[in-house]
Design a binder for this molecule. Structure first.
Ligand code: APR
Length: 308
């Protein structure tokens, strides 16, 4: 029997997540939203694409959280996206309300599920959901670093005229203006980009990565990015369901690593059947460590808005 993955929120990110998941044929999918009937319609439509796209996963849409029962992973995409001029942090109160009530439903109907947070502000929502779930922090984590690093890979690939597939990138920190792209740990087929790209161009690419979500919000005008966020989410789900022990940056709970405690923030981890099986501590120089800790301090302050 295939494992079941629930996707909460059948908006842009949720529907794309369901679609990419279906195409991997690795799980059955339940898509849940509060808008009446909408997730049922999307699930039907998605199932009917299967014979052409070569998938046959069970795909169900629902307005009833009871249908997430038995889920192995619950992906939370329910939340308001930002509009032009907004930061992810402007969403904090509204999305904490949504994520809080969704987490109560996860606890009630699928208490053993891992929670993969996608709603923004990402690191804060992940912490909020973990507190409400009251489970081991290895089982609750957030998608952000995978997205930020594929943005970095894409821009580096364009800069050098090479395939982004051959680029490995590392981006740490909070999923926001304080994220920390790490050029020293970003390579093209093993060659550090610091040997291939001039410092001013690396700085420009790092800045574009940090502002990557905002650039898309400005162009879309009515919401935020969804193809790459959904693809990054599915990469994480796949690593867990197949126990591949993939090494990727994601929002994980720190217990003193990098000198940071009691906070979710983007760091490289090993993702496998046990969720976040290990946090990897990179050797950072003073500047990189300083930027990561600064990002942590800002997120700590933000958590206090929610009373933590
Ligand atoms: N339970 C289930 N679904 C909900 C709930 C809830 N309590 N509250 C809202 N939703 C649903 C909405 O009805 C909507 O269909 O969540 C969906 C959100 O979809 P979009 O508005 O299209 O937003 P999207 O672009 O998918 O972004 C979702 O992911 O990347 C982040 O910042 C983004 O926080 C935002 C989230």
């Amino acid at each position: 029997m295939r494992k079941k993955v629930a996707v909460i929120g059948a908006g842009h990110v949720g529907e794309c997540t369901a679609m990419y998941l279906a195409e991997r044929n690795i799980c059955d999918i339940v898509l849940v939203d509060i808008i009446e009937d909408m997730p049922k319609g999307k699930a039907l439509d998605l199932a009917q694409a299967g014979p052409i796209r070569n998938y046959d996963a069970g795909i169900v849409g629902s307005n009833d959280f009871a249908d997430i029962k038995g889920s192995h992973i619950v992906v939370v995409t329910s939340g308001v996206p930002r509009k032009p001029g907004m930061t992810r942090e402007d969403l904090i109160t509204k999305n904490a309300e949504i994520v809080g009530s969704v987490t109560e439903n996860i606890k009630k109907h699928a208490p053993k599920a891992m929670v993969l947070m996608v709603a923004n502000p990402l690191d804060i929502m992940t912490f909020h959901s973990w507190k409400k779930m009251g489970v081991d922090h290895k089982l609750v984590f957030g998608q952000a670093g995978v997205l930020d690093s594929v943005r970095f890979r894409t821009f580096v690939g364009w800069e050098l005229g090479v395939s982004p597939n051959d680029i490995q990138a590392m981006v740490l920190g909070g999923h926001g203006d304080t994220m920390v792209p790490l050029p020293r740990y970003t390579t093209v087929a093993g060659i550090p980009i610091t040997e291939l790209i001039a410092p001013d161009r690396i700085e420009a690419i790092s800045k574009r990565t940090r502002d990557g979500g905002g650039e898309i919000v400005k162009l879309l005008k009515t919401g935020s990015a969804y193809y790459a966020p959904a693809a990054a989410t599915v990469e994480m789900v796949d690593a867990i369901l197949t126990d591949r022990k993939r090494v990727m940056p994601c929002s994980a709970y720190l217990t003193g690593q990098y000198g940071i405690k009691d906070l979710y923030i983007g760091v490289p981890v090993v993702l496998g059947a046990g969720g976040v099986e290990k946090v990897i501590e990179l050797k950072l120089n003073d500047q990189e460590l300083g930027e990561l800790r600064k990002s942590g301090t800002i997120y700590k302050e933000m958590l206090s808005v929610l009373g933590y």
